[in-house]
Design a protein around this ligand. Structure first.
Ligand SMILES: [Zn+2]
Length: 443
């Protein structure tokens, strides 16, 4: 009886509780993503004003108030807030960067800023890194507002500039100058994703990034004696640097055990597929990224220079300290005349725990939609803005809640970047549910 009358009441109330039309929302988001990609935010030069205006316009039309900050000319930060009553704790921050890496249009077969849709894919710079992801955050946020979800904590949406060149005028600037505007318990940013072929073939795996490797950029410098190229001598810095570099890269880097990777393998039930992404998250790595030498521009072919330099991009798994790594580099170089200078280093890695309501809500929302999926904590080979919050005790998760093929992930920063059209809608819905479930409970 009670059940029947409750049911009748529910039916009566049905129009007010109407479920969102997720198909229409997905279509709306795809159109927004196209407009966003067409707004060129290449960095350098890194001016994001037009993209910030575009996003501000969308939020304002929804009736959501937007605050804007400018860390430097053209470096605009967009911050929107959905107010909670505060009984649930501190805020959840959805953060994404607006800037993209530059393109070489001659190498693209599509217009990098055309956002053309073909073969079920949206093509263009930033589709995967990270305007597509940012668009899923935007619509999960907008849906909380449209559905009038009674929030017990604030949910923030922030779009930042400058990530692709280190974030000093974007996320890090906000952390330094306006932390009181954010003060989140959780940050959601890029990092992990769902894929059927990236981690292991034929199994749907969603990785939620909980840690990043430590970045160390090194400049190696060999000094010698300049002279005429017709008379070789033994103080040519090019010879010294070349031989030392070949020793540096000759030995493979020993695999170091890292619990997050061990958990990944355990959840997935076997080894990770052999690809450059998976290889990089299982060990510390280094890449030779530049070689600079010669006298004049273009360098003279008949002059032995007095200086030769190289830069090395090192990414360390947690567990190896900067001092240990530098000692290892010097041991391998085996040439005390070559100087080793640290030109950039990130904080020591902090691992965000997975035993939190936000992580569990993400996992639950993913499994509701994809009962066959494996959800696992993971680490990413690159750096993201979300990591900057971890040393402050903020729980930071890197996740795009859509399913993307390995080909899409590996197209990041390349000349055929794309995101599958059908990844967008489900990503919005899963993130919306995870946010709703985390931001409506009381402490
Ligand atoms: Zn990115």
């Amino acid at each position: 009886m009670l059940l029947t009358s409750s049911l009748a009441l529910l039916l009566l109330l049905a129009p007010a509780w109407q479920a969102p039309d997720w198909t229409a929302i997905a279509a709306e988001a795809v159109a927004t993503l196209q407009g966003y990609v067409r707004t060129d935010t290449s960095n350098p030069p890194g001016d994001v004003t037009k993209a910030a205006d575009f996003l501000t316009g969308i939020l304002t039309r929804e009736g959501i108030e937007v605050k804007r900050f400018e860390s430097a000319p053209g470096r605009v930060i967009v911050l929107a807030r959905l107010k909670g009553d505060g009984t649930g704790g501190k805020a959840i921050l959805l953060e994404s960067h607006m800037d993209v890496v530059p393109t070489d249009p001659a190498r693209w077969t599509k217009d990098p800023f055309g956002a053309e849709i073909s073969d079920g894919r949206i093509w263009g710079r930033g589709t995967i890194d990270m305007k597509g992801i940012g668009t899923s955050y935007l619509y999960a946020f907008i849906m909380l507002h449209r559905q009038k979800v009674p929030l017990t904590r604030d949910v923030l949406l922030m779009f930042v500039p400058d990530e692709e060149i280190g974030g000093e005028l974007g996320a890090k600037w906000m952390l330094k100058n306006h932390y009181d505007e954010l003060d989140p318990e959780y940050v959601i940013d890029e990092g992990g994703f769902g894929s059927r072929d990236m981690f292991t073939a034929g199994k749907l795996v969603f990785g939620i990034s909980v840690a990043e490797k430590k970045l160390i950029w090194l400049r190696l410098r060999a000094e010698g004696v300049a002279g005429h190229g017709s008379q070789p001598h033994n103080q040519n810095p090019n010879d010294h640097l070349m031989k030392a570099l070949s020793r540096l890269f000759a030995e493979p880097i020993a695999a170091a055990p890292f619990p997050v990777v061990a958990t990944m393998k355990e959840r997935i039930g076997g080894p990770l597929t052999d690809n450059k992404f998976n290889n990089a998250i299982q060990q510390s790595t280094m890449s030779l990224t530049s070689l600079r030498s010669g006298v004049g521009d273009p360098p003279k072919a008949n002059v032995i220079p007095s200086v030769a330099e190289a830069t090395i991009d090192c990414r360390l798994l947690p567990g190896t300290t900067e001092a240990q790594w530098i000692a290892e580099v010097k041991r391998r170089l085996a040439d005390p005349t070559i100087s080793v200078e640290v030109i950039n280093a990130s904080d020591d890695p902090v691992v965000t725990p997975q035993d939190t309501p936000m992580y569990r809500a993400l996992e639950a929302a993913i499994i509701r939609r994809h009962p066959d999926a494996v959800v696992t904590p993971m680490t990413v080979p690159y750096g993201t803005d979300g990591n900057a919050y971890r040393p402050r005790g903020v729980k930071s998760y890197g996740i795009f809640t859509g399913i993307i093929p390995a080909e899409s992930i590996l197209s990041m920063h390349g000349d055929s970047e794309f995101i599958p059209v059908d990844a967008i809608g489900p990503a919005i819905q899963i993130l919306f549910e995870a946010l709703r479930d985390t931001a409506t409970t009381r402490k």
